[in-house]
Design a protein around this ligand. Structure first.
Ligand code: PEP
Ligand code: MN
Length: 281
């Protein structure tokens, strides 16, 4: 067994739930769904996304302002302007924001505008970043590294927990394998194992796992059936025009339909999909 401590279920003071914002909690009976584009592109884009998703059981809005791109020549995100767009949308629609932080010097900024700070796969073992996030009073969404073992993943969480931040949610987003038909391989066995071993909520990102939009709904259902506490899914008003990850982006209509289609699966495993939250705009 791994000699991690705070992340494990066996730890005496283990906490099993993480609050995104009151009343949205990961790890409870209700499934938490985060949706939105890969990248924040404009205020208009984010307004369209939020206005559609707000009427569905989607509790968090995602969008990268700082983007970890494979090529340095690809669009790197709008940075501060993107964070301000997210904040404006949050005010308009009262929807909490999940957005990525890539380095220690971005933490203060991202924590000012975002409600949950995402650590991307490429940074799962950026130990300085993890330690610094351990001192932040915001929930952290920790994505599994591209080829990280479960032990490495749990220890990455432990880096945050051991610095005092107990609000960590794990995200399985697929791991590298030999087949290039899918972008990655969704490791649902890891979801089951992480739920058995750790006290941390576990969500699944089928978008980056599959890399193909037609696989996302069945994988999302399978994730809920396997015991995931939530999902993070990419969607866009015009998927084919998405500046990043276009092949995996769902349309907003597909996203809303997907979320509603999860209800019987959730019920079958003793969970529920929450009602859309009322919003006064
Ligand atoms: C993302 O969620 O925006 C992202 C870049 O995913 P990952 O870090 O899992 O590749
Ligand atoms: Mn993406």
């Amino acid at each position: 067994m791994f000699n991690a401590k705070l992340a494990l279920k066996s730890y005496p003071e283990a906490i099993n739930t993480v609050s995104l914002t009151d009343p949205v909690t990961f790890g409870g009976q209700e499934i938490v769904i985060i949706g939105g584009p890969c990248t924040v592109e404009s205020l208009e884009q984010m307004d369209t996304v939020a206005s559609q998703l707000r009427n569905a059981p989607v509790q968090g809005l995602r969008g990268g302002a700082f983007k970890p791109r494979t090529s340095p020549y690809s669009f790197q995100g709008l940075g501060l302007e993107g964070l301000k767009i997210l904040f404006e949308i949050k005010q308009r629609y009262q929807i909490p924001i999940v957005t990525e932080v890539m380095s220690t010097d971005q933490i203060e900024l991202v924590a000012t505008y975002g409600d949950m700070l995402q650590v991307g796969s490429r940074n799962m073992q950026n130990f300085e970043l993890l330690k610094a996030l351990g001192k932040v009073n915001k929930p952290i969404l920790l994505k599994r590294g591209l080829a990280a073992t479960l032990e490495e993943f749990i220890f990455a969480a432990e880096y945050i927990l051991s610095e005092g931040n107990s609000q960590v949610v794990l995200c399985e987003r697929g791991i590298r394998s030999f087949d290039s038909y899918t972008r990655n391989v969704l490791d649902l066995g890891a979801v089951v194992a992480l739920k058995q071993l750790t006290c941390l909520p576990v969500i699944v990102d089928p978008s980056h796992a599959a890399g193909r939009r037609e696989l996302i709904e069945p994988l999302a259902k399978a994730a809920i059936a396997a015991g995931a506490d939530g999902l993070m899914i990419e969607c866009h008003p015009h998927p084919e025009k998405s500046v990043s990850d276009a092949q995996q982006a769902l349309s907003l209509e597909e996203m809303v339909n997907l979320v509603y289609s999860l209800e019987p699966i959730a019920r079958a495993v003793g969970r529920s999909i929450p009602q859309p939250m009322p919003v006064s705009v």
